[in-house]
Design a protein around this ligand. Structure first.
Ligand code: EPU
Length: 336
């Protein structure tokens, strides 16, 4: 493990925002992680654990240590009829999805092309196209930063919710995830509950895993900017989950409101749709902008955006959506 100083984070965040880390450590192996924990570095200064950097916005230099998880080993095992895949935190999720399908371990397909890493999949409970990481996570193996002790969190210990887990909640900054185990199956069953997906696959009776992965990749890239084209953090806001009466109040005035069923008595509203109604789609403010093909995505419009530009734009969007719909949007992205 090597500690570097004054490292630029521009290439480590998908927004492509310039910021400098006072200290920087890349974790590539179990030994690196043990050395980091034994060094006590994380107890001495502020730290930030970074995966693919696809969900952070840096608003200033980081006066502490940035730990980038680059450990990426993957092991396959059996559990009864199921296949258990243990992947290290730094493994890129999209690569894992494809490797699993190629090896005949199914269940992750709908997360194809999702930005981010395995570690983030557990912290964020990432989700797309009708699948959330929690649906396939068996357990999470992590180390307590204060004691250096290993702990296995079973799925039910992780307090998973919509883009939420114990690692973002109660135990925020208390544990560092080394690996995640997913429980997959040897037989492929497509999950086509998501309309855009079902439409794209209409006409195919029994799509294969490879076909589902291809279609999801196409749908996703038709809505999200290619990182080499424009920086972004995927969806910037969460879709707000509101009580039915709030939904009913809004839909009375806006019959076109896009909403989905959520837990009992609640509806999940499409934040992208509301932002679009406010006229923000494709509009810029300073160096930041709202993506022209998907209004939930904020972008680094000209490659020169600083975190402050993104935060200012986000504030303007939140304010407009609140004024029009009376609903408060909350960022999914982490503002550092
Ligand atoms: N819509 C609009 N205008 C827009 C965007 C969306 O009208 O500008 C409406 C459309 O009717 C569309 C619907 O909203 O059919 C839903 O849009 P989309 O399928 O793009 O999904 P989303 O709710 O905007 C969520 C996740 C994405 C995930 C997609 C697909 C969140 C915060 N985002 O986006 O996840 O890929 O569903 O499942 O839940 C991410 O978290 O970074 C992410 C990309």
């Amino acid at each position: 493990m090597t500690i570097e100083h004054g490292v630029s984070l521009k290439k480590y965040n998908t927004f492509g925002i310039e910021a400098t880390a006072k200290d920087y450590v890349a974790i590539r192996s179990h030994d690196d992680l043990m050395q980091l924990l034994q060094s006590g570095l994380l107890l001495k200064e502020p730290f930030l654990i970074l995966g693919g950097g696809s969900n952070v916005v840096f608003t200033r230099d980081f006066d502490g240590v940035v730990v980038r998880m680059e450990n990426a080993a993957v092991r396959f095992g059996r559990m009864g009829d199921d296949i258990v895949v243990a992947a290290e935190a730094g493994k890129v999720m999209d690569e894992l999805v494809r490797e699993c399908a190629a090896k005949g371990a199914y269940g992750l397909e709908n997360l194809a092309a999702i930005p981010g890493t395995v570690g983030a999949s557990a912290v964020q409970n990432v989700g797309a196209y009708g699948l959330e990481a929690k649906d396939v996570i068996l357990c999470v193996q992590a180390y307590e930063i204060a004691s250096g002790k290993s702990r296995t969190f079973m799925n039910e210990d992780c307090q998973f919710g919509y883009r939420q887990s114990i690692f973002k909640g109660e135990l925020k900054d208390k544990y560092i995830i080394e690996s995640v185990m997913y429980r997959l199956t040897p037989t492929f069953e497509p999950k086509l509950g998501y309309k855009a997906l079902a439409d794209a696959l209409a006409g195919k009776d029994c799509p294969t895993a490879a076909e589902v992965i291809d279609v999801i990749t196409q749908v996703r890239w038709s809505k999200l900017p290619r990182p080499e084209e424009k920086g972004s953090a995927g969806s910037f806001f969460k879709n707000p989950v509101v009580p039915i009466n709030v939904y009913e109040r809004i839909v009375k005035d806006y019959p076109g409101l896009v909403a989905f069923d959520a837990e009992a008595g609640k509806k999940k509203l499409s934040a992208g749709w509301m932002i679009e109604q406010c006229g923000w789609k494709g509009r810029n403010l300073g160096h930041a902008g709202v993506y022209e093909k998907q209004a939930l995505v904020l972008v680094n419009a000209d490659g020169e955006a600083r975190g402050g530009d993104v935060v200012e734009l986000a504030g303007a969007v939140v304010s407009d959506v609140y004024q029009r719909f009376g609903v408060l949007l909350v960022p999914e992205a982490i503002i550092v």
